[in-house]
Structure formats: C-alpha cells, structure tokens
Design a protein around this ligand. Structure first.
Ligand code: ADP
Ligand code: MG
Length: 330
C-alpha cells in the first residue's frame, strides 16, 4: 500500500516547485499577510514556508496529513468551486509520502504553539508544545528521499530554485496585500522580496525591477453579456520600450495562477502585428469569471485551463491590448 501511496503522491508533488505552490496557496487560504520561504538544494534538502495566517487548531493536527482531509469544504458549497480553487485535501498528505513534514503552528489567542512531524499520512508523535509567534511554519525535508530516480533527475538544483523564484514572483505581483520573501538557506539576500502594498505597480517594481515597471501600460476590459461572455480583466502590458528575450505571461483566473496557451499565443500575435520591432512582451492579467465558466484540469500539477466562450474572450482581450499598444505608440 505504501508504494501505491508514494507513486500517487509523486504525481501530485512532481518537483520541489509543486510543493512550494501548494504550501503557499495554503498560507494564502489561511489569510496570511506575510509569507517567507527558505529553500536548500533546490528544495530537495529543505522547503520551509512560514506564514502569519490563522494557524491550525490542535484538534485538527492528527488528521492534517490524511488524504482528502480539508478544512475548506464548508466555505465552498459546490464541487465545482472546490475543484476550481484546488481544494482537494491531498497536497500535505502527498508530501508526507515523499518527504519528511514538520508543522509548527499557533492559533489566535493561544499562549504556545505545537510542533508535530508526519510520515506516510500519519502523525509520528503527539504534538509537542513549543514557542511560536503567529501562524504556521511547514518544513519539508529530504523531498523524494524514497524516490531515487526522481531525486537523480532533479539534482540540477539551480533549475528548480529558478522555478521557485519565478513562481513566487508571480504570486507576489498578484497578491499585493501580502508580503513575500524567498531565499536560499543561509543567504543574506532574498531573491524575491515584496512588502504588502496597495499598488500593483509598486509590487511589480520590487519583484521584476524598475526597467519592467516603467515600461508598463495599465489595461482593463469587461463584458457582461450572458449570451457571449461574462468576465472582468485588469492588468499591465509592456510597451514598445520594454526589452526581454522571452515572453512573461502572468495569468490569474479567479485568483488562481494558471496557464492558457491559447490566450498567450493570441497576445503574442497582437504584439507582433502592432509593435513588430518590440521585444517579447511582459503581460500580467487577472481575470474574474463565474467559476462554472472555468474548466480546470483536475490534475493538481496541470496549470492549463480552458474557458467557456474562450474565443470570444480572447478576441476581446486582443482588441483591448491592440488599442492600448497603438495609443501608447503614437
Ligand atoms: P487543501 O488545501 O486542499 O484543504 P492541503 O493538503 O493543502 O488540503 O491542506 C490540508 C489542510 O491543512 C487545509 O485544509 C488546512 O486546514 C490546513 N492547512 C495547511 N496549511 C495551512 C496553513 N499554512 N495555515 C493554516 N492551515 C493550513
Ligand atoms: Mg492546499
């Protein structure tokens, strides 16, 4: 049974960056305002995510890492929104089958916190009382210690750390009311550092740099015609002066980080046609849609989504981007 669980878990947590994504989403779901990540050896030795969220209650600790255990069902009535928000209650459980998980947490009003470790879906010992400030810290050590082949293919740790930094940069410019940091274990400098702000442009400036932020144009679009499309979009796109070798497309749909290849391609086409001499663009878009209009691949590692009325929405976004680019270039 343990081998089956391990293989299933290895599907949910494919690389260190998948573990980071799940942990950070849990911290966001816990209403954190500050999320700090430390990574050692590209995440294979250590992934540590500390937040200042609402914490985990003592009585929830024994089943925290059981599969399909989630505290989020009551908040989201129907299966559709559970699927689209990614609440499945299997991320933490999966991590315990392929790594060593230690949770330190304190809930509001408590004098001390608790620390507990998990293996293969179960608590290793009774929770131990410990000092804690606020929120939750989750440590994943020795990820894939029991999956030798996987560990070998991931040894190129620089590559996974890059993926983690890229992921957190994206989270940081969307969730601007949350401060993020990410650093290598022992490093003095953080590779992602953002403070909570109310200005998206400030967040982009601190994460992607001045040279990106000063070359952005604000965009907005919406439609509310049930017979064609219902959506609301706001974001930033790069102008003719922006310089980059490859496209950066940061896409959030209903506050979840996703990919949409068709949309990305469509925007690239607009840039090529409107600003033929410009470099590859930077695009940040946040789209809100009725949840039942988003078809999320249920598989937790797949970020690709498709939308109801996708063609209509893409065309509308293309025309907004095109007119903004034309105006800015006059
Ligand atoms: P899901 O997020 O789908 O509910 P997870 O396996 O990711 O499932 O997490 C299991 C449960 O652990 C969550 O439902 C939540 O109650 C709790 N939890 C995990 N991380 C945190 C955190 N950082 N702060 C508060 N609660 C957390
Ligand atoms: Mg989760």
């Amino acid at each position: 049974e343990s081998v089956v669980n391990r293989i299933a878990a290895g599907e949910v947590i494919q690389r260190p960056v998948s573990a980071v994504k799940e942990l950070v989403e849990n911290s966001l779901d816990a209403s954190s305002t500050s999320i700090n990540i430390v990574v050692k050896d590209g995440g294979l030795k250590l992934i540590q995510v500390s937040d200042d969220g609402h914490g985990i209650r003592y009585e929830d600790l024994p089943i925290l890492c059981e599969r399909h255990t989630t505290s989020k069902l009551s908040k989201y009535e129907d299966l559709q929104s559970i699927k689209s928000m990614g609440f499945r209650g299997e991320a933490l459980a999966s991590m315990t089958y392929v790594g060593h998980v230690t949770v330190t947490t304190i809930t509001k009003g408590q004098l001390h916190g608790y620390r507990v470790s998990y293996r293969d879906g179960v608590m290793e010992h009774e929770p131990k009382a410990c000092a804690a400030v606020k929120g939750t810290q989750i440590m994943i050590e020795n990820l894939f210690y029991n999956m030798i082949a996987r560990r070998k293919t991931l040894q190129n740790s620089a590559d996974d750390y890059t993926k983690i930094v890229d992921l957190l940069s994206r989270f940081a410019i969307h969730h601007i009311n949350v401060g993020f940091s990410c650093r290598k274990h022992g490093a003095a400098r953080a590779d992602v550092h953002s403070v909570a702000t109310s200005s998206r442009l400030d967040a982009i400036r601190s994460v992607y740099g001045v040279s990106v932020a000063r070359n952005l144009i604000k965009i907005e679009a919406s439609d509310n015609d049930p017979s064609s499309s219902v959506f609301q979009m706001d974001g930033f796109i790069s102008n003719a002066n922006y310089v980059a070798k490859k496209i950066t497309m940061v896409l959030f749909i209903n506050d979840r980080l996703v990919d949409c290849a068709a949309l990305k391609r469509a925007i690239e086409i607009v840039y090529a046609a409107t600003l033929p001499k410009a470099s590859k663009p930077f695009i940040y878009m946040s789209i809100l849609l009725p949840p039942e209009h988003v078809d999320v691949n249920v598989h937790p590692t797949k970020r690709e989504v498709s939308l109801l009325n996708q063609e209509v929405i893409i065309e509308k976004l293309q025309s907004v981007v095109e007119s903004k680019l034309r105006n800015s270039n006059e």
